[in-house]
Design a protein around this ligand. Structure first.
Ligand code: AHR
Length: 504
């Protein structure tokens, strides 16, 4: 049995986890919107056409923030197409995903859906085929109370109260050659700063995110960040990061180690931000918005292989295995361990597309993928103070990595509730790992619950009516003489839920 230990102290706090770390993303892509959240005529649909069984699954996840409407989609989007009477909305070719966009769902419908599921709307503006003016028009439509052209148009469309959208993304993945209106860092930096300034003149309360690199393997990373910050540092609130992990070497040990690149990515971007801060002798520390993160590799590029110009084609419906859930869990733990800098994160995506929540085509039942569970656990138990853990773990080497710790872990302390939640992945494929953690600094404690997602087959997946990958309660963990000991099964995601201050 592998043995690892972690040492924690309530005085060594990294940061309070912002609720926005458990945000997500719904794009006009595949069956995310149509035949996903929106399904008029479905028995579970409300009057607006939104499926309440899907909405319930989202509510259960307690998603605080939803990024919308893209993604690559936004870089060719005319927001005006999606407002006003539905019978007058144009059907457009969406060239990002080579699909047809009916525009039956647009800003007002989606904002209503967000309210209904308890999420704040994070809007992306099109800086691909459009620019400053369209962004300002959209902001005027959303946030001004009335008495101007676009705010009155919103009222005429039946939405009296402004949407008061606080979070805005200045374009999407503008460093990517696949992006409509792809730009150099210089071009984007200039456009981002001018858009930011114009938007702030319209509404000084907005929080603006500039597009960082689409992934750390981009040839322009991290010079992209440096150049964009040279232009926009003083005018933005967040810099974005995107990353999808995948099993590209067909080697499970290597795949499981991939979250180490996420850790390095965040640290590097934070360093570039700090360099930009130092250069301008600024008091402002740039915060990060990791507004697309997930595992995605099996369905990459699928839009190129299907019949084009279908409405809501079933694309990017990645099936998530047990191994994917472990990698996903490692990524989530990494985000928690950077909660001092990463203040927003959006799981990409939420329904049907790269999603924890699935619906069967044509209005079939809702089911949950393996990745649903680590996300749920993080969202339910991860909102507290992340502690700086000192971890000692056995390590392994893989094809692309050396010294990979078998144990990936984060600890979140809830002082008010007297609870400590330890999130832990055992990367070992065929060995259990015993985790020891002294609790003396907390006055002892008891193990209230050990939740675990694991299974004998790393490639097992869930399906409709077949949710074999779901967490179970594990017994055997103890707190004795003030020390927690729990065994993490091979290739597993775990939550150790401790009640502090009492030992039995
Ligand atoms: O989430 C799917 C796509 O991944 C998004 O549209 C894009 O921003 C990223 O490349």
């Amino acid at each position: 049995m592998l043995k690892a230990s972690m040492h924690l102290d309530p005085h060594f706090q990294l940061a309070e986890v912002p609720p926005e770390l458990f945000g997500s993303f719904i794009e006009h892509l595949g069956r995310a919107v149509y035949d996903g959240v929106y399904c008029p005529g479905h028995p579970a649909a409300d009057e607006q056409g939104f499926r309440q069984d899907v909405a319930d699954a989202i509510r259960t996840l307690r998603v605080p923030l939803l990024r919308y409407p893209g993604g690559n989609f936004v870089s060719g989007y005319r927001w005006e197409d999606g407002v006003g009477p539905r019978d007058r909305r144009p059907v457009r070719p969406d060239t990002a995903w080579r699909s047809l966009e009916s525009n039956q769902v647009g800003l007002n419908e989606f904002a209503g859906f967000c309210r209904d599921v308890g999420a704040e709307l994070m809007l992306a503006v099109n800086l691909g085929t459009r620019g400053v003016q369209a962004a300002c028009d959209l902001l005027e439509y959303c946030n001004l109370p009335g008495g101007s052209h676009y705010s009155d148009l919103r009222i005429a469309h039946g939405v009296k109260q402004p949407h008061a959208v606080k979070y805005w993304c200045l374009g999407n993945e503008m460093d990517g050659p696949w992006q409509l209106g792809h730009k150099t860092a210089e071009e984007y930096g200039r456009l981002a700063v001018e858009t930011a300034r114009a938007m702030r003149r319209m509404d000084p309360t907005v929080k603006l995110t500039a597009s960082g690199s689409s992934n750390p393997d981009m040839p322009t990373f991290p010079q992209w960040e440096a150049t964009v910050l040279d232009h926009a540092y003083d005018d933005i609130d967040f810099l974005s990061l995107h990353q999808y992990l995948g099993d590209y070497t067909n080697d499970l040990g290597d795949f499981l180690a991939q979250s180490l690149t996420t850790d390095r990515f965040i640290s590097t971007v934070a360093s570039v931000c700090d360099c930009a801060q130092a250069k301008r002798r600024s008091k402002k520390k740039m915060m990060l918005s990791f507004d697309e993160w997930n595992v995605w590799f099996k369905t990459s590029g699928q839009e190129e292989r299907i019949e084009p110009w279908q409405h809501a084609p079933a694309i990017l419906e990645e099936q998530y295995t047990m191994a994917d859930a472990a990698v996903f869990g490692c990524m989530l733990i990494t985000l928690l361990n950077h909660a001092d800098r990463v203040r927003i994160a959006c799981l990409a995506q939420l329904v049907n597309v790269l999603a924890p929540i699935m619906t069967e085509p044509g209005g079939g039942p809702v089911w949950r993928q393996s990745i649903y569970w680590p996300f749920l656990h993080g969202s339910l138990y991860g909102r507290g103070a992340v502690l700086r853990a000192s971890v000692v773990s056995p390590r392994y080497d893989s094809l692309s990595f050396t010294d990979v710790p078998y144990l990936e872990t984060a600890a979140v302390w809830h002082e008010d509730k007297g609870e400590l939640d330890i999130f832990a992945v055992n990367r070992a494929q065929d060995q259990p790992l015993e985790l020891a953690c002294p609790l003396a600094a907390f006055g002892g404690g008891t193990l209230a619950e050990h939740l675990c997602l694991s299974g004998p087959d790393p490639l097992a997946v869930n399906g409709p009516g077949q949710e074999i990958l779901k967490p179970r309660r594990v017994s055997g963990g103890t707190v004795q003489d003030g020390e927690l000991r729990a065994v993490l099964p091979p290739l597993s995601w775990n939550v150790l839920r401790l009640r502090l201050g009492q030992e039995c």
